[in-house]
Design a protein around this ligand. Structure first.
Ligand code: NDP
Length: 254
């Protein structure tokens, strides 16, 4: 099986759930990245498990609230300083929020709040870290697109697929679905724009996962989901860019 050879990785929402497990499994893999920037809203807060789990070992913890543009800009300055001239191979936009709202109960504030984190956040993260992603692509001798060279991975969901909506509409979660459909569209636009610069852009659905968001009723353990996601990353190439795939690498229709 192909191995992920990204030397520098940045994740959002890495203090718990899927983000935290991604950090753990990346560090425990056969070729751990030289740098993992594990970003979260509050690295010192009660829910910040990264440093508690990993002690003084890498990853490097950075504060980044993806709903706050100036916090993203501040994080980019810190990361650029640490990279000291190197580029960023892999940006994983994982942070997300979810609310149990229906068409009857959703309101303007809830739509905007969710949209800001789930769609605008990944857009701003990619804009802000684009120079570092481009640098990684330029410095690579690899042909084609890959996660080892330069990539934006947006953690999305099948719930953002318009075609698949009837299968799960027992949970309407309107703000979540609309924001993730927007994230899927963003992924396609990013792929069409950033492909020329050598940057792969893919949306990944992690499955229904036992986390705070997925609840303990979910199908998959966080370990299984993240093992799947990390086995999909190394096989992604230009033929996948601009698509939504699941944790087993199967394409999900928009
Ligand atoms: P959790 O609720 O367990 O964790 C969400 C993470 O996102 C937390 O680290 C949280 O940080 C962070 N976050 C939320 N808002 C912000 C923000 N404004 N800035 C920075 N970080 C933020 O969720 P999961 O781990 O389950 O979900 C991770 C991703 O996977 C999400 O994008 C989700 O939509 C997607 N997904 C999950 C599924 C599941 O079944 N679990 C299914 C399909 C997709 P904090 O602790 O500060 O709140």
């Amino acid at each position: 099986m192909a191995a992920l050879r990204a030397r520098t990785v940045l994740l959002t929402g890495s203090n718990r759930g899927i983000g935290l497990e991604l950090v753990k499994q990346l560090l425990g893999g056969p070729r751990p990245p030289a740098w993992i920037f594990a970003t979260c809203r509050d690295p010192e807060g009660p829910r910040a498990q990264v440093s508690a789990c990993l002690g003084s070992q890498s990853p490097f913890s950075v504060t980044a609230d993806v709903a706050n543009p100036s916090a993203i800009a501040d994080a980019a300055k810190i990361v650029e300083g640490k990279l000291n001239g190197a580029g960023l191979n892999l940006l994983i936009n994982n942070a997300g929020i979810y609310a149990q709202v229906s068409l009857e109960t959703v309101d303007s504030d809830e739509m905007i709040r969710t949209y800001k984190t789930n769609a605008v956040g990944p857009l701003l993260m990619a804009q802000t870290f684009l120079p570092l992603l481009k640098k990684a692509a330029q410095n690579s001798t690899e042909k084609g697109l890959s996660c080892s060279k330069a990539a934006i991975i947006n953690i999305s969901t099948v719930m953002g697929s318009i075609e698949k909506t009837p299968e799960s509409f027992c949970k309407p979660v309107i703000s979540y679905r609309c924001s993730k459909a927007a994230l899927n569209m963003l992924t396609k636009c990013q792929a069409l724009t950033y492909g020329e610069a050598g940057i792969l852009c893919v949306a990944l659905h992690p499955g229904w996962v036992k986390t705070d968001m997925g609840t303990q009723e979910a199908d998959l353990t966080v370990d299984t989901s993240v093992r799947g996601l990390l086995s999909v990353l190394p096989v992604l190439s230009e033929k996948h860019s601009g698509n939504l795939l699941n944790w087993e690498g199967k394409v999900i229709p928009w």
